[in-house]
Design a binder for this molecule. Structure first.
Ligand SMILES: Nc1nc2c(ncn2[C@@H]2O[C@H](COP(=O)(O)OP(=O)(O)OP(=O)(O)O)[C@@H](O)[C@H]2O)c(=O)[nH]1
Length: 810
């Protein structure tokens, strides 16, 4: 910054701008230099730039030389005002018309009376600063000082050489000695003297052990040029300056003034580098230029990296791609992202290319990592879209394949492969060149999802298949088994067993073939087949249990069938000569057969003596025998040697059923006995006389004794009317009840049949009256139908045939 308004006025930019880099107090102008760098576009120069500085005694015409040499506008002293300090601190400007971009620094003059003799700190600091960042240092000196012991430039050179020792690795700076106000003595004569002076100074400077023997040429290129006096021979001065100017063109090219410079800081790091160097110098520390270079590279590469990362976040292409990914599947994701990332990294490479390679690569890697971390969620989303799409595709294709009848196993294998191939292909399209991202986990997840779907469909299909075969088995077994059990005979269980075996085998065979298409484990297949076999047995069991529950009804039906029909299955016509005992026994025996068949399941090869046990215990037993027998074989809830799993009706239950059966069939037997008794009586009466009219003497007595009553009737029309109504009622009943028809089969069956039509009506009437709280009508217990399960009745009349037969005998 300019210290006063006068300075500011003088240094105001006119054409080529200049800036005060460091002011007289040693303050670095951070904002000024940043502005300057931007203005001269130094950041774009990479390594193609040079830095020139000039040092020399105060008021030795430095600024005048620079302004003429480089077209700068550094402030010059007004010759008419006398010699005084013009330049304070260090100023920076861009050389006009010099290629490549060349910056020039005008340093505050040495030996200035303004700072005093003892204040050489700034002089040394600025000299070290100039040596650290310049490729070429112009050392301005009066011609008449050459060879002089007390020359003004000697302390300056000492300072330069001393501070040079504080640079760990000097940049091999070119020292261009500019001899001002040259005399007639030719340069050829002056130069050796000057070089000798320089060498003497170099030799006299104390050096560290490492550089004790190091020649000056390892640190400096020494060049000498002589110029005429600007004040006295301005024309010549300008010509010589113009010639000198040519030496600054392409100065960094091989063979140029700074052709063998070393450790150049890339242009974009110049401002930061200069700042850091000045800080180190001000703290009076040694300058480790290689380390400084790494430090500058680190900072600058970091800055470039951050800048590129920030640009990437707001990059339109990236934002658009990210939005598309959020919305759904994106084709060519990998290619597009690779290009966007590539551009970003290329920009970084372009800007960081001249910085230390190690630092640059490391920062590039960091930038890449950050970028990949930023875009990875989008990549994962893309993989998610691909995975989801493939899963849906598999489901649709697999279901369709099954619908058109393709085998389960082949359909699942084919479509799994097809979908996984497509998944791999689409994943390859999502992969970016910058990263070796793994898609294996997503792939595994897709395989797992597909397998889970296949498993779920398989379970559902197997369940369908199982119920299909179970339904078939149920249809094939249920009704036939029911029919077989209903007609229980010695062959029943053998036939059921054959039917069960045949149908089960057919079903298992078909089921096994169907299962083969499902690609299931042998163990599972066997389990399923076994389950079907068990189901088949279950159908038989359940039907058998059902029929066992209806055994009483079946027994009664069978009893009624045998009892009421003859051997030709024709309804019996009771003649009174039938052997009722034999008929009853046969009917009971057949019913007992049914009970014995239904008592246990016989699907195996085992035999049993249940029928014999039941026959002995129920059919052959009599009350007298029972009382003699010590133990009752049916007083048990299990059959001997028969597991409960096969038991349908327990022994004790058989006994109970039998008792109920007998009770409920007793009425039929009793009716038959009564009918037979009436028939016998009728036959007996017929034998006594076929005429049903009373004898003639009885008829005559009836006319004599009843004459008065007959006459009363004839005389009284009311009696006659009552008689007529009574006649009509009897005639109606005669026709309605078909009396002649009922008596067609004999008198007794006719009476029984007609009474049967009346008994229920009378019984209902009696019940209704009883229910209404009226006195129950006296009913003849002998005519009442036996109530169910009347054990007392059973015990008192266990075998009605025997009782009735006995009475018949009596
Ligand atoms: N004798 C002589 N005088 C010169 C020459 N060039 C410039 N001067 C004069 O020297 C005086 C100082 O010139 P500046 O260019 O300001 O010198 P400077 O070295 O930049 O001065 P400071 O920046 O104060 O150290 C001015 O009066 C110039 O006219 C020259 O070649 N020979």
């Amino acid at each position: 910054m300019v210290g006063s308004s006068a300075f500011a006025k003088k240094y105001k930019s006119e054409g080529n701008c200049s800036v005060q880099l460091i002011d007289g107090d040693g303050t670095y102008n951070v904002s000024g230099i940043d502005h300057f760098i931007k203005e001269v576009k130094l950041g774009e120069c990479g390594l193609s730039y040079a830095v020139v500085s000039i040092m020399g005694p105060q008021s030795s015409g430095k600024s005048t030389l620079l302004n003429n040499l480089f077209g700068t506008n550094f402030m010059e002293m007004d010759a008419f005002k006398g010699r005084s300090q013009t330049t304070k601190g260090i100023w920076l400007a861009r050389c006009a018309g010099i290629e490549p971009c060349t910056l020039v620094m005008d340093l505050e003059g040495t030996d200035g009376r303004e700072r005093g003799e003892d204040d050489t700190a700034f002089e040394k600091q600025s000299a070290l600063f100039a040596l650290a960042i310049s490729d070429i240092v112009l050392i301005n000196m009066w011609c008449h000082d050459i060879g002089r012991e007390q020359a003004a430039n000697k302390p300056l050179l000492k300072t330069v050489f001393q501070v040079m020792m504080r640079l760990f690795s000097p940049r091999k700076t070119t020292m261009l000695f500019v001899i001002r106000d040259k005399t007639r003595t030719p340069l050829e004569n002056l130069e050796p003297v000057l070089r000798e002076d320089i060498q003497k100074i170099w030799d006299s400077v104390p050096k560290p052990e490492a550089h004790k023997e190091t020649p000056m040429s390892d640190f400096f290129n020494v060049e000498v040029v002589a110029l005429s006096s600007y004040e006295e021979k301005e024309e010549q001065f300008k010509e010589q300056v113009a010639s000198l100017r040519q030496r600054f063109m392409h100065s960094i090219a091989p063979g140029g003034l700074a052709g063998d410079r070393r450790g150049v800081i890339p242009a974009s790091g110049f401002a930061f580098s200069a700042d850091q160097i000045w800080r180190v110098i001000k703290e009076n520390k040694d300058l480790d230029l290689p380390a400084h270079k790494v430090m500058v590279a680190t900072v600058r590469c970091e800055e470039i990296s951050n800048e590129k990362f920030a640009h990437f976040i707001t990059n339109e292409d990236w934002r658009k791609l990210d939005e598309e990914v959020q919305a759904g599947p994106v084709s060519g994701f990998g290619k597009r992202l690779t290009s966007i990332l590539g551009s970003c990294l290329s920009e970084y490479d372009g800007e960081a290319t001249f910085f230390d390679e190690g630092v640059r690569s490391s920062k590039r890697h960091q930038l890449e990592e950050k970028l990949l971390q930023l875009v990875n969620p989008a990549f994962q989303d893309v993989l998610g879209h691909i995975r989801w799409g493939m899963l849906e595709k598999f489901k649709a294709s697999f279901d369709k394949a099954l619908e058109i009848g393709e085998g389960f196993s082949s359909a699942s294998t084919t479509w799994l492969k097809a979908c996984m191939d497509q998944f791999d292909e689409e994943c390859a399209g999502a992969i970016i060149e910058q990263a070796n991202w793994d898609t294996a986990k997503v792939r595994e997840k897709l395989v797992r999802d597909i397998e889970a779907h296949v498993s779920s469909v398989r379970t559902s299909k197997l369940s369908e298949l199982t119920s299909q075969y179970e339904t078939k088995l149920h249809q094939a077994l249920s009704e036939p088994v029911e029919a077989l059990l209903e007609g229980a005979s010695d062959q029943t269980w053998t036939t059921v067993k054959k039917l069960h075996g045949r149908e089960t085998e057919t079903a298992v065979s078909g089921f096994s073939s169907a299962l083969a298409a499902f690609d299931i484990e042998e163990e599972t297949r066997e389990k399923m087949v076994k389950s079907l076999q068990e189901y088949s047995r279950g159908v038989i069991e359940s039907k058998a249990k059902e029929e066992a529950g209806r055994v009483l009804m079946r027994m009664k039906d069978r009893f009624a069938t045998i009892f009421s029909n003859d051997a030709d299955s024709m309804p019996r016509v009771w003649t009174g000569n039938e052997d009722l005992r034999a008929i009853t026994k046969a009917a009971r025996s057949a019913s007992l057969k049914l009970l014995s068949v239904m008592a246990v399941m016989r699907l195996g090869d085992e035999t049993d003596n249940i029928e014999k046990t039941l026959t002995v215990a129920l059919l052959d037993s009599t009350p007298s025998k029972k009382s003699i027998t010590a133990s009752d074989p049916l007083a048990s809830s299990t059959w001997d040697e028969i597991p409960s799993s096969r038991t349908l009706i327990t022994p004790v239950h058989c006994k109970s059923i039998w008792r109920q059966f007998k009770t409920e069939t007793e009425y039929t037997v009793t009716q038959a006995i009564s009918a037979q008794a009436w028939l016998l009586y009728s036959q007996e009466a017929n034998k006594r006389g076929s005429n049903w009219l009373p004898p003639p003497w009885a008829i005559f007595a009836l006319i004599i004794l009843g004459f008065n009553e007959f006459m009363t009737l004839l005389r009284n029309p009311l009696y006659l009317g009552v008689l007529f109504v009574g006649f009509l009622l009897l005639k109606a009943l005669w026709t309605q009840l078909d009396i002649p028809g009922e008596f067609r089969n004999g008198a007794l069956p006719g009476i029984i049949s007609i009474s049967a039509k009346f008994v229920p009506t009378i019984m209902n009437l009696v019940k209704n009256l009883a229910a209404q709280g009226e006195a129950p009508p006296a009913a003849n217990p002998e005519n009442r139908r036996p109530s169910n399960n009347t054990s007392s009745s059973a015990s008192s009349s266990d075998n009605p045939i025997e009782h009735k037969s006995a009475s018949k005998t009596d």
